[in-house]
Design a protein around this ligand. Structure first.
Ligand SMILES: Nc1nc2c(ncn2[C@@H]2O[C@H](COP(=O)(O)OP(=O)(O)OP(=O)(O)O)[C@@H](O)[C@H]2O)c(=O)[nH]1
Ligand SMILES: [Mg+2]
Length: 381
């Protein structure tokens, strides 16, 4: 029959040998299902891999620290690449000599790739505190699926070399991680305070007291050494998004907040931020419902990738919204993250305990916001 001859081959086959074809189709469907669930897309796979026990804690505890108890549950937190071993070791040697050899606070090292045995051994030897090495899971180190990736790549190309790391996707992943995920890493669960340390920084004075204990004793929640102004191109819509957050969650904004420190007379963001590469802070602050709601709100807006929102302005805006001035402390310690530094103001302390030049301190720079912070005065404390 002509009608049968013009039918597509599959239909014809179903009609002539229905049992066989149905079996083949069933097998194909089964194979597709197996493939789909055995090889889920990257985010799902990462969730299964996240925090594999072997990555969590590979440290051998230093025998001398077996019975050591600290006044505060605190740790240094270092995000670093294996390739930064030598610059990091130099920073840690200074931190140990100026402070930690007398306290032996532990270290948590985090990386989006597994640390090498060489890196771990070098850190164990450079430090007096116990070392813990952690892996950052994929979902904490990636562009989230709701961000328009072609638009983000276009934005990166457009920003390119106009600002530092303007064209870098990995820098954006780092900023997102330092904004919203470092404090959720299970290796930090046993700590209440953290001190962020980066490869290549210098500690240029003795630190004759315990900054962790200082925060705990005074009830302060956030400490910084340097403040600066952000590159406006990196945060074009951060202030508008923050204002949208404030409108959505008015109950989270502290009555006597310090938003006035980072706003212009016209009510815009003045770009001031605490330089987050050196912050000593309460982890409870970051784990609070208000901070997490703020980070999630920003993350949904996509600005970590569609622009280049830095963790420093994000932390600072959160501090300004959620804390009172009396809960924030300027640590006048000797600290150098090129190209800026803080060198203590007290001349005698400086002469006795430092190798920095006070004239070079960032506080004298017109881009510093530290004087403005100190001059906010106790009125809203
Ligand atoms: N594991 C890992 N760590 C990174 C990566 N990118 C940056 N970091 C770490 O994140 C922190 C901030 O990165 P930096 O390159 O120092 O960024 P920055 O302080 O804004 O700029 P510079 O210090 O001037 O380069 C440092 O502790 C780096 O070691 C990365 O791709 N992988
Ligand atoms: Mg740095």
């Amino acid at each position: 029959m002509p009608a049968v001859q013009t039918q597509p081959g599959l239909v014809r086959a179903v009609q002539t040998q229905p049992g066989l074809v149905r079996a083949v189709l069933l097998l194909a469907a089964l194979a597709a299902a197996v493939l789909l669930f055995a090889r889920p897309p990257p985010v799902w796979r990462a969730r299964a891999l996240a925090y594999a026990p072997a990555d969590l804690c590979e440290s051998r505890l230093k025998p001398a620290n077996a019975n050591l108890t600290h006044p505060v549950r605190a740790a240094f937190v270092v995000l670093a690449r294996n390739s930064e071993l030598h610059t990091l070791r130099a920073s840690i040697r200074q931190l140990e000599d100026q402070f930690n050899a007398r306290h032996r606070y532990p270290y948590v090292f985090l990386n989006d790739e597994p640390f090498t045995a060489e890196f771990k051994q070098a850190m164990e030897w450079a430090t007096t505190g116990d070392c813990h090495f952690g892996f950052v899971p994929y979902e904490h180190w990636s562009m989230p699926p709701w961000v328009d990736r072609p638009r983000a790549l276009w934005a990166m190309r457009a920003m390119g070399a106009t600002v530092p790391y303007g064209g870098s996707e990995s820098y954006r992943k780092m900023c997102r991680f330092e904004s919203g995920f470092f404090y959720r890493h299970p290796l930090l669960d046993e700590y209440d305070y953290y001190w962020r340390v980066e490869p290549g920084v210098e500690f240029t004075c003795a630190i004759p007291y315990d900054p962790f204990k200082y925060l705990a004793d005074t009830g302060k929640l956030y400490g910084f050494a340097i403040s600066l102004r952000e590159f406006p191109a990196t945060v074009r819509t951060l202030w508008a998004t923050t204002n949208a957050f404030r409108a959505a969650y008015p109950e989270y904004i502290a009555a006597n907040n310090t938003l006035r420190w980072l706003t212009t007379p016209g009510g815009e963001y003045n770009m001031c931020h605490f330089w987050s590469n050196m912050e000593i802070a309460s982890l409870a602050f970051f784990r609070s419902p208000e901070y997490e709601a703020y980070f999630d709100f920003l993350d949904r807006a996509g600005g970590f990738f569609l622009e280049r929102w830095g963790d420093a302005p994000v932390h600072s805006l959160a501090v300004a919204m959620f804390l009172r001035k009396s809960q924030v402390h300027f640590f006048d310690i000797g600290y150098h993250h090129p190209p800026f530094q803080n060198c203590p103001t007290d001349p005698e302390f400086n002469a006795r305990h430092c190798f920095c030049n006070q004239n070079r301190s960032a506080i004298h720079n017109s881009d510093s916001c530290t004087r403005a912070w100190l001059e906010l005065g106790p009125s809203n404390a």
